[in-house]
Design a protein around this ligand. Structure first.
Ligand SMILES: [Zn+2]
Ligand SMILES: [Zn+2]
Length: 448
């Protein structure tokens, strides 16, 4: 069986229009490594989701309800949504029959493509009904997950008003946000219409990136038990910026801004394709602090796009750069543990094809002594990355956050179209490290 490693690059890519809104999402299928040039993408249009009212008027035809809530399941080949039918075509072309896989020990050239659609989940899961019957017990472990995915994807494109994507704006001063988990976060932040598991899945898939960052830095972080003494020092530094004394400008109304906090997102992929306004949900939690978010890495930009910087408002600035981080690092020049933090979303540090380049990048980041948080898509993924850092940077880092399950993982699974038996949660786990600080002490016994 192929490993879950192949899931890494399949994170859906959400491209931006020139207006900076969500335009399309696509499923990227690629071989197992981050520097791959063989990336098959499939555009899935969800234009209406984040369009303004005027845009909605203009696109009324595309936002009319086409599917009712009791009509969300369709065999993929017969889906009323062309993009979903195309998805089936990709699975039939690049996917595999798990029974053939077992019989031919992973030799793809000897396998037949999955042409038979399971009647329960609607996905082309096996090459034939015969192999479907043979592999049915094994398939039943994931069939309900694929069924849910089928209905979720149809719901997203059903044309119903997506009330759950109407996110709240700034928080009142006296309203405390509870960061214990998605439920209380949505409740205390007054998210509307978050009353079904399906809505939670849709929204958490987008918000897992900004809110995972927020939950690591927030003073009501759910990770208190896993934060180390070194971690408390790092967090105290950054929180001294994020939680200033409330100071008003001369007009007596406007909050004075703190210094800018830089968030360096290394190896950025799906997170760099989020519509900018999604990041406001991070900014609202720290209302006095401007953020500059740096999306850095070979997949941070679509091919042939030049690096650029843009602002959403006076609290959010974004830089997109497809340089490797160790090169970007040199351009930035100076770093400050009070104002700079790293986040790596499921980087796959240990993968053979990218390990060396990650090693150079992590070494630069550790040099700065700034906090670094890293996520993984399951326990094994986290453990592999931890082991890699322990092997490659043994003497150079301190723990700031012991590995733990992330309370703000995506609740919607990503499915590997090349192997439907693999389904993962983005940002399932989180951990954190920082460059070791060598205390300068003088030990007289070592003098002679
Ligand atoms: Zn087969
Ligand atoms: Zn099934």
């Amino acid at each position: 069986m192929t490993t879950l490693r192949t899931l890494r690059p399949t994170v859906g890519r959400i491209l931006l229009t020139s207006k900076g809104r969500i335009a399309t999402t696509s499923i990227a299928i690629s071989p197992a490594f981050r520097l791959s040039t063989r990336t098959f993408t499939r555009q899935l249009s969800i234009k209406s989701l984040f369009a303004s009212n005027s845009d909605n008027d203009a696109k009324l035809s595309s936002t009319q309800r086409i599917l009712t809530p009791d009509n969300l399941f369709h065999p993929i080949s017969e889906s009323p949504v062309p993009e979903i039918r195309d998805r089936g075509t990709i699975i039939r072309k690049y996917g595999m029959c798990p029974v053939c896989n077992e019989e031919h020990h992973g030799h793809r050239e000897q396998m037949r493509s999955p042409a038979y659609e399971c009647p329960d989940c609607g996905h082309p899961t096996h090459c034939s009904e015969e192999h479907y019957q043979k592999g049915k017990d094994e398939h039943s472990k994931i069939c309900h997950i694929l069924r849910e995915h089928n209905e979720d994807e149809h719901d997203l494109r059903s044309g119903r008003p997506m009330k759950e994507f109407e996110f709240p704006s700034a928080q009142g001063f006296d309203e405390a946000v509870n960061m214990a988990n998605w439920d209380v976060f949505f409740y205390t932040r007054s998210f509307p219409s978050m009353d079904s598991d399906r809505s939670m899945r849709h929204v958490s898939k987008l918000l897992t990136y900004p809110i995972t960052i927020a939950s690591a830095l927030h003073e009501s972080s759910p990770h208190r038990k896993q934060v180390t003494a070194e971690g408390l020092r790092s967090l105290a530094a950054i929180r001294s910026i994020l939680y200033p004394k409330v100071q008003l400008a001369r007009d007596g109304v406007t909050l004075l801004r703190t210094e800018t906090v830089n968030l360096y997102l290394l190896g950025a992929r799906a997170e760099s394709t989020l519509p900018p306004h999604i990041w406001s949900q991070l900014a609202y939690l720290f209302p006095q602090t401007p953020f500059h978010i740096h999306f850095v890495g070979p997949d941070a930009l679509p091919p042939n796009r030049e690096p650029y910087t843009t602002s959403l408002n006076d609290q959010l600035t974004f830089t997109y750069d497809n340089a490797m981080y160790h090169d970007y690092h040199e351009k930035v020049g100076s770093f400050d543990p009070y104002k700079d933090v790293y986040f790596l979303f499921a980087p796959g540090l240990g993968h053979p094809s990218s390990r060396e380049s990650w090693k150079a990048s992590i070494a630069k980041a550790l040099d700065t002594k700034c906090a670094m948080f890293i996520t993984g898509f399951d326990k094994h993924d986290v453990e592999t990355d931890v082991k890699t850092v322990e092997e490659d940077h043994a003497e150079d880092f301190d723990w700031i956050l012991r590995p733990t399950e992330n309370h703000f993982k995506s609740l919607k699974r990503d499915i590997n179209l090349q192997d439907l038996t693999q389904a993962i949660f983005a940002n399932w786990g989180i951990w954190g490290i920082r460059g070791k600080r060598y205390e300068v002490t003088h030990n007289p016994e070592e003098d002679d």
